[in-house]
Design a protein around this ligand. Structure first.
Ligand SMILES: Nc1nc2c(ncn2[C@@H]2O[C@H](COP(=O)(O)OP(=O)(O)O[C@H]3O[C@H](CO)[C@@H](O)[C@H](O)[C@@H]3O)[C@@H](O)[C@H]2O)c(=O)[nH]1
Ligand SMILES: [Mg+2]
Length: 200
C-alpha cells in the first residue's frame, strides 16, 4: 500500500476519485483501499467537501474586557431546522491568500476593524470526517474607539453582519445558554478566558 501512518497504523491508497459536484465547492468521493492493523484489507468510498482553508479571529479589548463578534444568517443552520442567525468570530475562506493577509481583510470587511498585529494561535480541522478545511485561528487587540461600525459584510456577496462589541463575560454566558452555537467562536472565547483575559 502507498501510504502508512507514522506509528504503523492503517496503510491506505486511493484507487479512484470521482467528482460529484463542482459548483460552489468541490465534492468528491474516493475509493480507498485500507489495511487495518490486523491485516484486514477493506475498500471504502469516502466523500470530502473542499472549500479550501479558512481563517478566523477574535479581537479583544483588554481595557474593557470586551470581544468583537458578528451575527449573521447561515443557511446550513436553517436547513438543519435551527435558528439561522449565528453569533460568530469574524472568519473567511483564504481563496489562496496567506492566512494573516486574509484575516486582516476579513476584519476590515466584516467588522470595520483595522488590525494592528494579529497573533497566530493554532490551526484546526473543524469537521475532519467530511470537510477538508483547516481553519487558522488568530487574536488581536482593539480599543473602544476602533469598534464604531454597527454592520459589516460585503453587500454584493449577500452578507449583512451585525457587529457586537460585548463583554467577554456576556459572550461566555451566551455559550452556556445556547445563544452561541458556532465551534470556532466557542474555542476562541474559551481561549480568551484562559489565556488572553484571565480573571485575576
Ligand atoms: N454563490 C455562493 N456563494 C456562497 C455559497 N456559500 C457561501 N457563499 C458566500 O461566500 C462568501 C464566503 O464568505 P467568507 O466570509 O469568506 O466565509 P465564511 O462563510 O464566513 O466562512 C468562514 O466561516 C466558516 C464557518 O465558520 C468556516 O467554515 C470557514 O472556514 C470560514 O472561515 C459569503 O459571501 C457567502 O455568502 C454558495 O453555496 N454559493
Ligand atoms: Mg465570513
Amino acid at each position: 500500500m502507498a501510504m502508512t501512518g507514522p506509528r504503523g497504523d492503517t496503510a491506505w491508497e486511493v484507487l479512484e476519485t470521482r467528482l460529484l459536484s463542482d459548483n460552489w465547492a468541490r465534492l468528491t468521493t474516493s475509493l480507498l483501499r485500507v489495511r487495518l492493523r490486523d491485516g484486514t484489507v477493506q475498500e471504502q468510498w469516502r466523500e470530502a467537501y473542499d472549500r479550501g482553508d479558512g481563517a478566523c479571529i477574535l479581537p479583544f479589548d483588554p481595557v474593557r474586557r470586551h470581544v468583537l463578534l458578528g451575527r449573521q444568517f447561515r443557511w446550513p443552520a436553517a436547513q438543519n431546522g435551527d435558528d439561522p442567525f449565528l453569533v460568530e468570530a469574524a472568519a473567511g475562506l483564504l481563496d489562496d491568500a496567506a492566512p494573516e493577509a486574509r484575516i486582516r481583510a476579513e476584519a476590515q470587511e466584516e467588522l470595520g476593524l483595522t488590525l494592528d498585529v494579529p497573533r497566530f494561535l493554532f490551526s484546526l480541522y473543524m469537521s475532519p470526517g467530511s470537510v477538508t478545511e483547516r481553519l487558522h485561528f488568530f487574536s488581536a487587540t482593539y480599543g473602544a474607539t476602533d469598534a464604531q461600525a454597527r454592520f459589516g459584510g460585503l453587500r454584493e456577496e449577500g452578507e449583512e453582519i451585525e457587529i457586537m462589541d460585548i463583554p467577554l463575560k456576556e459572550a461566555l454566558t451566551m455559550i452556556e445558554d445556547g445563544t452561541i452555537r458556532d465551534a470556532k467562536t466557542v474555542i476562541l472565547l474559551q481561549y480568551a478566558a484562559l489565556h488572553l483575559m484571565p480573571e485575576d
